[in-house]
Design a protein around this ligand. Structure first.
Ligand SMILES: C[S@@+](CC[C@H](N)C(=O)[O-])C[C@H]1O[C@@H](n2cnc3c(N)ncnc32)[C@H](O)[C@@H]1O
Length: 425
């Protein structure tokens, strides 16, 4: 069970159940899934200082209205800058789709008993359990540091290694080599000093962006590429969770070599307009990717309440997914701007893209978020009907692995550490 409900507005998705996998150990199968407390989001998000203040004032929180009622509007000192004004304009345009989808999908989730009643979902502990779970030791600092050490360049091609059940991965071979696990079950591997869970039928490459081009011929081509780039932002800089990349670095991604004809490319972005425009005007156009749809991921608590007020001026409760299709130069074009009904228009007589199902615009994915910083929902199920059967899928800038996917990034195994999983029945 991963899609709880589907409507014309979008999908209500359960990310926790998607993470379940079985490990064969001495002929006994044990099921693992991400720790359920990582998803124990019982109340809307707050800064610690805000929460402490509320506790002191002994104010009760009305979960149904989220942050809005208790939030005192801060007076702005300065006029909004151009970026803020553009973000507000964008929000005004998309808010309607987000709210419509929210109402239909959350009420369906309530009807089928997926959401807890606000009273039963726990009190305002500011999601302590989930925040503590996200602080699990995991691979620890040593892994992050190891991933960021400078390494020799890949020269010609890359080495391909097979993951062995119960085996180990020497850290000297971890980087700049393609690791694959062809089995039908998960396996546990040792990577000093931790144990990592490797899902079935997956591949991964840990390397810096500048080494990716040399690995392309070994990676092959893909029908779906999803990426969540490390955009430059003040909050990432302050939190120091990972290193950031400039837009010019993202333009050097060798997408042309990785996309099969008709490949669907999904790029996660906040509602920062400079980044959204960079995707359509530069990243997509430089790579012959036609922007076909914009989707939104709305984060809700376990009782189906938005994690922030929809109009929160600091951060919105949704994130944006820009979707495009690779059009082989000189072949059929899909051009939404020429046809309001989202159909295909031929420009040149090719057929690869014309055969691809049309991806609808303005869809909403609703889910309870994982408390690991910047963790995105898995899109395999919601994108399935727009892809070929048994699609070849690649996640770029990944921090975890997925069954039947190839994952690339500079710290891919980070969230595969056993500490983030638990046995389930
Ligand atoms: C926003 S995070 C991706 C989060 C991911 N979507 C998830 O759900 O966990 C961006 C990732 O890009 C990685 N990254 C940053 N600089 C990189 C580089 N030069 N080469 C490869 N990956 C890089 C970061 O370390 C981080 O893991």
């Amino acid at each position: 069970m991963s899609i709880i409900h589907e409507s014309q507005e979008g999908w209500l998705v359960d990310s926790l159940s998607l993470s379940t996998c079985s490990v064969e150990n001495e002929k006994r199968m044990t099921k693992y899934a991400l720790r359920s407390d990582l998803f124990k989001i019982v109340s809307p998000f707050m800064m610690n200082s805000q929460f402490e203040k509320i506790c002191k004032e002994e104010k009760s929180i009305n979960l149904e209205v989220g942050v809005k009622e208790r939030k005192k509007k801060r007076k702005r000192k300065a006029e909004k800058n151009i970026g803020e004004k553009l973000a507000e304009e964008f929000h005004t345009k998309v808010k309607h789709y987000v709210l419509e989808g929210y109402r239909s999908l959350v009420s369906a989730g309530r009807e089928c008993g997926y959401f807890l009643s606000p009273a039963g979902s726990g009190s305002a502990n500011n999601n302590l359990a989930s925040r503590e779970a996200a602080m699990a030791q995991g691979a620890g600092e040593w892994f992050v540091q190891l991933c960021q050490e400078p390494r020799a360049n890949i020269s010609v091609g890359i080495q391909v290694h097979c993951v062995q059940a119960g085996g180990s991965i020497p850290s000297s071979l971890l980087f700049n080599g393609l690791w694959q696990h062809k089995g039908d079950n998960c396996v546990m591997v040792q990577l000093d000093p931790g144990v990592f869970i490797i899902p079935p039928d997956c591949r991964f490459l840990i390397s810096d962006i500048h080494q990716l081009e040399q690995a392309c011929s070994d990676l092959g081509q893909f029908d779906l590429i999803v990426m969540d780039p490390p955009w430059e932002s003040k909050s990432v800089k302050r939190l120091k969770k990972y290193s950031m990349l400039a837009n010019s670095d993202l333009l050097s991604l060798p997408l042309g070599a990785l996309m099969a004809p008709g490949c669907v490319v999904g790029v996660w972005v906040t509602n920062r307009q400079a980044h959204i425009h960079f995707i359509t005007d530069q990243l997509f156009s430089a790579n012959h990717i036609q922007h076909v749809a914009t989707w939104y991921w709305l984060k809700v608590t376990k009782s189906g309440v938005c994690i922030r007020d929809i109009d929160d001026s600091h951060k919105k409760p949704y994130e944006v997914l820009m979707l495009g299709r690779y059009v082989v130069p000189g072949s059929t074009m899909y051009d939404r701007s020429k046809n309001q009904s989202d159909s295909l228009c031929c420009t040149d007589g090719g057929k690869d893209t014309a055969d691809s199902p049309v991806i609808p615009n303005n869809k909403l994915v609703v889910s309870v978020p994982c408390s690991l910083h910047s963790k995105k929902p898995i899109l395999t199920e919601v994108l399935r009907s727009y892809l070929p059967t048994s699609p070849r899928c690649l996640e770029m800038f990944a921090r975890n692995l997925l069954p039947h996917w190839t994952s690339w990034g500079n710290e891919v195994l980070l969230h595969q550490h056993k500490d983030f999983f638990e046995e389930v029945t």
